[in-house]
Design a protein around this ligand. Structure first.
Ligand code: NDP
Length: 295
């Protein structure tokens, strides 16, 4: 039986996109500038194709320009770096995103760190990670920003909460933990070597599950009333033979105990692209010497 408030990422992402569209219109009015997002896709991974298509559609819907660059799977690292250099110099491009994963012969870190930090709308550049960690203005990774926006839907002031982040990846776990620290949470980061994970999670007023393990977080791990943000995405085949998605949290069990919880699908997932558009708008405002819009 669901007791928890369901935090809708679908609705919240709509609100973020509407705010971004407002910011785009204001920028056109004030400076006659249209934000531009360039997405680079190497190879033809089907999941990446879907993400790139969705990104392009939503970019145009909020009034921005979308530029797609598709490179063959066999492209050399040098050719990819040359394209990034061109995009860095292109004044119509305010955000650059290189869709990951890249083929094995290309060094992800080298490519990401070749993007100008001011155009790194994925927030993966070492400079942006460092700025986040030291409390300076940064472009912050999209999924983590989405997680915090959703947590604040459940409780606008997270200050003082005991937060447990499960996962320590550079793209989710670590930046989420940094953001929650900025929100004055007391943050514990758990990972695959953590001992007694259920007990660690039981202490949490706020849980962010980003382990990439299907329905790992059980209902009896959840402190009554806790906020649960589920980042995991796993494709399953349901009993009726149709495919569906589940997260890192056993939703039905957890929803009976938690105070608020994000569903999968319709939770963190839709927030990622919305926050990418938000970052592109921020990058464009900053490139034009304007203060950050309130979005
Ligand atoms: P990674 O595989 O890069 O990282 C997983 C992290 O979880 C690691 O730190 C790992 O620990 C930890 N972990 C793995 N197994 C366990 C375990 N049994 N107990 C505790 N910790 C564990 O994944 P990502 O961070 O990239 O993604 C995490 C999940 O989020 C995935 O399901 C992914 O699909 C989803 N995702 C969703 C997005 C969205 O838009 N909604 C965006 C990005 C990711 P260790 O470091 O010790 O190996």
């Amino acid at each position: 039986m669901t007791k928890a408030e369901i935090i809708s990422g679908t609705e919240t992402a709509k609100e973020v996109r509407a705010a971004v569209a407002g910011g785009v219109a204001a920028l056109k009015e004030a400076k006659n500038v249209t934000p531009g997002l360039a997405v680079v896709l190497v190879g033809a991974d089907p999941a990446s194709e879907v993400y790139v298509k969705n990104k392009a559609r939503q970019t145009v819907e909020v009034g921005m320009n979308s530029y797609e660059h598709r490179l063959d799977e066999t492209v050399s690292e040098v050719t990819l770096l040359t394209l990034i250099d061109q995009l860095n110099r292109d004044e119509t491009v305010h955000g650059i995103l290189v869709q990951l994963p890249l083929p094995a012969h290309i060094d992800d870190h080298k490519v990401i760190n070749a993007i100008l930090p001011e155009k790194d709308v994925d927030g993966f550049h070492a400079i942006n990670a460092g700025r986040l960690a030291t409390g300076q203005s940064a472009l912050v990774a999209c999924t983590p920003v989405g997680c915090v926006i959703l947590a604040k839907k459940a409780k606008s002031d997270l200050s003082g909460l005991d937060a447990v982040v499960i996962g320590r990846s550079n793209i989710v776990g670590k930046p989420v933990a940094q953001l929650l620290l900025q929100e004055n949470c007391t943050v514990t980061i758990a990972h695959s070597r953590s001992k007694n994970l259920p007990d660690i999670v039981r202490r949490a007023d706020l849980v962010v599950a980003a382990a990439g393990q299907k329905e790992m977080v059980k209902g009896d791990w959840i402190k009554p009333g806790a906020i649960v943000i589920d980042v995991g995405i796993h494709r399953i085949t349901k009993e009726n033979g149709k495919s569906g998605l589940v997260g890192d949290v056993a939703f039905d069990e957890a929803a009976a105990i938690a105070g608020a919880i994000t569903p999968v699908p319709g939770g963190v997932g839709p927030m990622t692209i919305a926050c990418l558009l938000r970052n592109t708008l921020l990058a464009c405002y900053r490139a034009n010497g304007l203060a950050d819009p309130v979005i």
